[in-house]
Design a protein around this ligand. Sequence first.
Ligand SMILES: C[S@@+](CC[C@H](N)C(=O)[O-])C[C@H]1O[C@@H](n2cnc3c(N)ncnc32)[C@H](O)[C@@H]1O
Ligand SMILES: [Zn+2]
Length: 368
Amino acid sequence: MQLLEEGAITFEIDGAFYNPKMKLNRDICVAMASVLGLGEYIDALSASGIRGMRVARESGVRKVTLNDVSPAAVALIQKNLARNDLNCEATCRNANALMHERHFQAVDLDPFGSPSPFLAAASRSALSYLFITATDTAPLCGAHLKSGVRKYLATPLRTDYHREMGARVLLGLAARELARLDKGMQPLLTHVTDHYVRVYLRVKKGAKAADECLSSMGYLEHCLNCGCFAMREEQRLEGTCHHCKDKTTLAGPLWLGKIHEKDIIRSALQRFDKESRAGRLLEICTAEEDVPFYYDHHSICERLNITPGRIDDVVQLLRESGHRASRTHFCGLGIKTDAPIAEVEEASKAEKTPSRIIKKNLFFAPKT
Ligand SMILES: C[S@@+](CC[C@H](N)C(=O)[O-])C[C@H]1O[C@@H](n2cnc3c(N)ncnc32)[C@H](O)[C@@H]1O
Ligand SMILES: [Zn+2]
């Protein structure tokens, strides 16, 4: 039997699923649970129980439930709880049945692949917060189109900003699942890291909140020729790019509202060393402009046939011309801005200093 340590927990895995690469995801989860001052939390798909145990010990959440459908996993969870002297509830249920029967203040879904099969029950169960991980980035981001449409009832599009596309497809499904139950949502933190999407949602009760939330849903019109994009309220069958006049392609329905609550992320950030991976990720999230999608600096330069300069200088030029502009955690080469593509192109041309270092993307796998 091998004993492992993560955060303040010593545990064994003994055949249950455990992915050490998800430690960052769990570190941030613990910080968010503390900042939100949760009283009750369910790790609905627990495996070894590491996530829920960390939330109980490190965030001080009083009532934590750890659930898994596998009896072997639940036996392991019980052993791990005893080893850590934790008094959490361990249940061996199909998460969907349990979440249909019981309400929890905060519900956390961390499944294999897509959370879609659990979203209806989780939306019913969650009273105040819903946290979701999705590791099926291929359907979410547009690489597996049909599977994306089946799982998320939305048409994704594989573009330069596919990582954010995945986040907004997932947020869009959550918004619609909650709305069916007269609930609305407010995304508190959204991050796409390695090969997963993670969202933290505040759940708001009432038809008004649901209606407001649905008004943040919409479509994205994208030009595959020049990379220009625009948000649309309605679904259109055909469109023309206002920049290059080529035909456009539509993605959606997507969540087009805000994806971060900066004050909450700043409070979570206090719990990390600024140089740690979680610290750097949250720092970028607090600094990124909350506008949908981004331009890829190198793609713009490639189309213009110019050598890319420093992204920070292009961002600065856009700001100086009165636009909102920032880097983004979604992609090391991304520029988030409310400026039209023509101005991003001009700023890229004006910026002549060659990159001394093309900043390696610290959080993500290389662009494929
Ligand atoms: C990816 S693992 C969870 C990892 C864990 N949250 C962590 O941070 O280490 C998914 C778990 O969901 C469980 N599972 C799959 N389907 C389930 C269902 N319908 N109800 C409850 N648990 C389920 C599996 O047995 C597995 O242990
Ligand atoms: Zn175009």
